[in-house]
Design a binder for this molecule. Sequence first.
Ligand SMILES: [Zn+2]
Length: 102
Amino acid sequence: MSTAPKRIGRRDPSRIELDWQDGTRTTYSTTQLRRLCPCARCIHELTGKPLLDPASVSEDITHSGTHLVGTYALSLTFSDGHNTGIFTWPMLRQNDPAAADS
Ligand SMILES: [Zn+2]
């Protein structure tokens, strides 16, 4: 069974909405996604240690584009020029900011 979202809401450049097959919705601000970026420049490939200081990411960051990576992930171009992150569906589900608050 595919874990891809049914719908990806990306009209508002300051957020991304993911509607999953089971009817739940996960909403990220673009800033939250930028801080979660899993690419080799943000997370050390071998040690898994974060290389990105979350405080260095502006609260008003936006995205200028999103595209699908195969059927398994989403990639974004952020307003700080960063575009190397691949956000897989399981990762996007697991890091739901609303779930983290509770
Ligand atoms: Zn990155």
